[in-house]
Design a protein around this ligand. Structure first.
Ligand code: AMP
Length: 566
C-alpha cells in the first residue's frame, strides 16, 4: 500500500509518492501545484484548488485561502451554508490531493506523511494531523518542511560530508534549519523560525506602499477592490523576480497616478520584514554553535525565496550564493515522499538515517520565592530546551508550596521567554495531592517529545503514585478524538465537485473572473467566448467539447497576458 507525502502549504499544496524514488503526482489539471484554496458554489458543492482560486475574486464570500495561518486556532469560516474550522479546510485540500493520487495510481490510499513548518507549535501540529485524519488518512508521520526538503536533497548526496542551511520562506511561514550529512546520516543540528512571516507579508507591504503613495485609506475600499489591488501587488512582487521594475496602476481608476516599483523601493518597503528574517538565521547558527563560514551550502525552498531580495540577503549574510538546482516549490513534497519510503522500509533507503530536533523550548510554569519571602507566579521552567534531539524525554520534580495545598496545577508552555505570559500556553495538568508541610509532597513531571514533534506530559504524585496525563485536546485549537470522528462523518457527506469536470469548470471560473476584471471590448469578447464554450458543454459531445475547450483555453491565455501587461 502506497504511503503518500504531502506538502500542505499556505499558498499551494503538493503530493508525491515513493516508488524507488520520490515522484510528484499531478492534479486533475495536470499540475503539481494545487492552490490551497477552498470554495463553495451555488449548489453548495465544495471546490478546491485552481477552480476555487479563480473564484476568490468573483465570489470572495464563498471562497477562502491562507487558512494554514489559522491552524491551531478555533477560528470558524463560513462558506455558503457550511462552517469550517481551519483543519477542516485543510482536510478538503488533503482530500483533493488524495483523490488525485488515487486516480493516478488507480488504487485507494490510506496513509500519509504530512509536512509542517518546523516552527509549528504543538497545537498546530495536532491540527495538521487532524486535517489528515479528517481526509480519511492515517497520518504516519508529521515531518518538518526544511527537514523534508533536505531529505530530497540528501537522497542524492548521501555520501558527502557536508553542512547545509535550509532557508524556507513560504507564503505564510519562515523556517531555518541547519543540517549535517555524514555516512548516510542526516542530522538536524538546529531549527528556528517565524510562524507569521512569509511571502504574503511582502505582498501586503507592496499594497500598503501603493495605498500610502496614492493616499488611499484601506478601510474605505470594498472587498473586491481590496482583493483586486492585492492581486496586483502579488503580480508586482512576482514580476520583480524577473524584471527591474513594475508599473502599478489602480485598475479602472485612471485618475490615480501610476506608481513604479523597483527592487530598491521593494527593499525599503520591506526592510522590517528583511530584518525579521535575520533573527531565526542568527539563532539557528548560534544554537548549532556554527559560524556563517562553516556552512557548505544554502538551500532555498518555498515560493517566496524567488524574490531577488532573499538572494541578496543570503549573499550579505553568508558571502555565498544559494544552490540553484533545487526546485523551491517541489522539494518539500519530494522529501515527504522519501520519508514515506523510509516508513515503508524501502530497501533503497536502508542506509539513510535521519535525526531531527525540537525547534522550541517546552516547559512548565513555576512560582519563585522572592528575598522578602513573598511568592511570585508566572515564571517559565524549561523542561526540553530548543534544539534537543528528538525523541526526547525529561523529568523534573516539583514540591508543594503550602501546608494547605490539596491540588497541583501544572500549566504547560512553549517558548523562550523567562515569563510564561510571553510564551504559548499549551494546556494544564490538574490533580489532587495529599496535604503536608511545604516541600514534602513532590510531583514528578515527565515531558516526552516524539519524532512527530508531538508532546506528551505526565505527572506522578510520588507519595500516592497517582499518575495523570495531560490532555492537550482540551485546548480550543485541538479537536478531540470524538470530535474528529464526528466531523469526519460530516465531511464525508459533503458534495465535492466531480474530478472529471475540473478542467471545464476551472476555465469557466477563469472566464468569469477575467470578465469582472476587464472593461469594454474585452468584456464583450469574453462574454461571447464563454457562451460558445458553455454551448459546447450543453451539447455533451466529447469531441466538440475538447475542441471548444482548446479554443477557449487559448483565448483566455492570450487575454490574461494582455491584461497583465496593461
Ligand atoms: P509556498 O507557500 O512555498 O507555495 O510559497 C508561496 C509564496 O511564494 C507566495 O507568497 C507567493 O507570492 C510567493 N511566490 C511564488 N512565486 C514567486 C515569484 N516568482 N516571486 C516572488 N514570490 C513568489
Amino acid at each position: 500500500m502506497a504511503i503518500i507525502g504531502i506538502d500542505l502549504g499556505t499558498t499551494n499544496s503538493l503530493v508525491a509518492v515513493w516508488d524507488g524514488e520520490p515522484r510528484l503526482i499531478p492534479n486533475a489539471l495536470g499540475e503539481f501545484l494545487t492552490p490551497s484554496v477552498v470554495g463553495v458554489d451555488n449548489n453548495q458543492e465544495i471546490l478546491v484548488g485552481s477552480l476555487a482560486q479563480e473564484r476568490l475574486y468573483t465570489h470572495p464570500d464563498h471562497t477562502v485561502a491562507h487558512f494554514k495561518r489559522d491552524m491551531g486556532t478555533d477560528r470558524i469560516t463560513s462558506l455558503g451554508k457550511h462552517r469550517f474550522r481551519p483543519e477542516e479546510l485543510s482536510a478538503l485540500v488533503v482530500k483533493s490531493l488524495k483523490r488525485d493520487v488515487e486516480a493516478y495510481l488507480e488504487k485507494p490510499v490510506t496513509e500519509a506523511v504530512i509536512s509542517v513548518p518546523a516552527y509549528f507549535n504543538d497545537t498546530q501540529r495536532k491540527a495538521t494531523r487532524a486535517a489528515g485524519e479528517l481526509a480519511g488518512l492515517r497520518v504516519e508521520r508529521v515531518i518538518n518542511e526544511p527537514t523534508a526538503a533536505a531529505m530530497a536533497y540528501g537522497i542524492h548526496h548521501r555520501e558527502k560530508e557536508t553542512t547545509i542551511l535550509v532557508f524556507d520562506l513560504g507564503g505564510g511561514t519562515f523556517d531555518v534549519s541547519i543540517l549535517e550529512f555524514f555516512d548516510g546520516i542526516m542530522e538536524v543540528r538546529a531549527s528556528a523560525g517565524d510562524n507569521f512571516l512569509g511571502g504574503e507579508d511582502f505582498t501586503q507591504s507592496i499594497l500598503q506602499g501603493f495605498l500610502d503613495f496614492s493616499q488611499i485609506d484601506k478601510s474605505q475600499l470594498d472587498h473586491k477592490t481590496r482583493n483586486r489591488l492585492r492581486h496586483n501587488a502579488e503580480w508586482a512582487k512576482q514580476a520583480l523576480s524577473q524584471q527591474e521594475s513594475f508599473v502599478f496602476q489602480f485598475p479602472g481608476k485612471p485618475e490615480f497616478q501610476e506608481w513604479t516599483l523597483d527592487h530598491e523601493l521593494l527593499e525599503s518597503l520591506s526592510k522590517p520584514l528583511i530584518d525579521r528574517m535575520r533573527v531565526p538565521v542568527e539563532r539557528a547558527l548560534r544554537d548549532a554553535s556554527l559560524g556563517s563560514h562553516d556552512l557548505d551550502s544554502i538551500l532555498l525552498i518555498g515560493g517566496a525565496t524567488r524574490m531577488p531580495l532573499v538572494k541578496s540577503l543570503i549573499a550579505k549574510m553568508f558571502g555565498k550564493l544559494p544552490l540553484s538546482h533545487i526546485h523551491p516549490d517541489e522539494a518539500v513534497a519530494l522529501g515527504a515522499a522519501v520519508q514515506a519510503g523510509l516508513k515503508a522500509r524501502d530497501e533503497a533507503l536502508n542506509e539513510f538515517v535521519l535525526t531531527d530536533v525540537c525547534p522550541y523550548t517546552l516547559g512548565v510554569e513555576t512560582i519563585h520565592m522572592e528575598d522578602s519571602g513573598k511568592l511570585k507566579e508566572g515564571y517559565f521552567c524549561p523542561m526540553i530546551e530548543r534544539n534537543t534531539v528528538i525523541p526526547a524525554s525529561r523529568v523534573e520534580q516539583f514540591a508543594n508550596i503550602s501546608r494547605f495545598q490539596s491540588r497541583v496545577e501544572v500549566p504547560v508552555y512553549q517558548g523562550e521567554s523567562r515569563m510564561v505570559k510571553n510564551n504559548i500556553h499549551l494546556g494544564d495538568l490538574k490533580f489532587p495531592i495529599p496535604r503536608g508541610r511545604p516541600g514534602t509532597q513532590t510531583v514528578e513531571v515527565r515531558f516526552t517529545y516524539d519524532i512527530n514533534g508531538i508532546l506528551e506530559v505526565e505527572a506522578t504524585v510520588v507519595s500516592t503514585g497517582l499518575k495523570k496525563r495531560l490532555v492537550i485536546e482540551k485546548n480550543p485549537g485541538v479537536l478531540s478524538k470524538e470530535e474528529i470522528e464526528r466531523r469526519l462523518q460530516q465531511l464525508a457527506v459533503l458534495k465535492i465537485h466531480p474530478r472529471e469536470e475540473t478542467e471545464n469548470r476551472h476555465l469557466i471560473a477563469k472566464g468569469e473572473r477575467l470578465y469582472e476584471e476587464a472593461l469594454g471590448k474585452n468584456r464583450i469578447d469574453i462574454s461571447d467566448e464563454l457562451s460558445l464554450f458553455e454551448g459546447a458543454l450543453d451539447k455533451q459531445d466529447p469531441s466538440r467539447i475538447r475542441k471548444a475547450r482548446e479554443r477557449f483555453k487559448k483565448f483566455l491565455a492570450i487575454l490574461e497576458e494582455e491584461m497583465r501587461s496593461l
